[in-house]
Ligand binder design. Sequence first.
Ligand SMILES: [Zn+2]
Length: 153
Amino acid sequence: MTISITREYNPVSSAVAACIDALPLLSVALPFRFDNGSTITGLETSCTSCGKLLTSTSMKGKFELLADGTAASLNAYGICYDCRTITLIEAKFHDDGTALFKGPKGWIKCRWKERRPEGFQEAAARFIRLRWQQTLPPFLVFGAALVWFLVQS
Ligand SMILES: [Zn+2]
């Protein structure tokens, strides 16, 4: 798989794009299971440019276990092939159901959700378009609209 980069539309250098391309697909890391049985079964985010839904098969990156396996950090890139935007995803998941997402103004704490609320994706995409893109480089932005699915066993 190759990430096509057009200088005119995207400030990401080909060297950076090659590094991102070399990362594993996030879908191979799922389901991600903590020692206590909590399992992340799926991840979704929306493209910060066009709002397209990106699933783990459109994300490159991996989990790394922290704190004796009770937490995991996620560094990933959501790749939208439609508008050639790379959405940065940085998060820390804890096995107690809390998570931290890195947004443009710092870390945002929230809880795991079992299901995506109706209309969430649209609202999140709209919010990002309205508020965040004005203050960030247009084609490499943080994707704090990450949604994940959890099965508590
Ligand atoms: Zn897009």
